[in-house]
Design a protein. Sequence first.
Length: 264
Amino acid sequence: MTTQVSAAAISPIIHNQLPVLTTELLANLYGTEPDYIRKNHNRNSERFVVGKHYFLLEGEELREFKHSMSLRPPVKIARNVRSLILWTERGAARHAKMLETEQAWEVFEKLEDCYFSQRPERRSTTTDDRTPLRDAVNMLVGKKGMMYPDAYTMIHQRFAVSHIEQLSQAQMLEAIEYIHCLLLDEKQPTIPDFSFITTIKNGKVTRMRHVAKGEHLMTFDAFKEIAERAGYLVIHSDNLRSMTLDKLMLMGEKSAVSVADSAF
């Protein structure tokens, strides 16, 4: 039997300097099942944005997070899980809206007041604090023959920032260590290729985030067209329930013919 947890009793899980919740913990708080949270996400995936409504952890990032959470009783993460979603305040609000239960809204209000309002202290660095980092960049430019914009671009990409002023004290020290490792490496550092999605409102930049590897930005109609050209059927779950096997096979045949015609 799952023990009900209280929004006011749990200590914050921090990721990327933000309080977040696992799917299991969010479901427990809202009085529902984790599978229901996942289904709502899958059925409305276009309404959830990575970095805004949730974070997706995989690989080494996931292993580090699991290790840091191993001593947290409310947070249970299966050992064999290969990916993990962490919900932000906006993601939790969207799920409360989808559930449309009194408990979900009451809990979310408590989460707003007691949980998501908590932020870890982050002391901004001063110009003097950043002097060792600039010295390290100067050494990298001098010894590796790099251009200054390229050197700073490597740091920006590694820490997902647009200026070194945005680095925390801990990140700045890590950046210096990173540059020293590059200086010890006899090979020429690879200049990374990357993209940022920038949101501008009223002539001002309101949001900027790094585009993850393999991530693409497109409308649903564009995705549907690409998928159908590749031979996939894109069907809404509501339509699928009322569809007969014969009709489904007919759609598959038409899709195959369409793909064949587009090849010529």
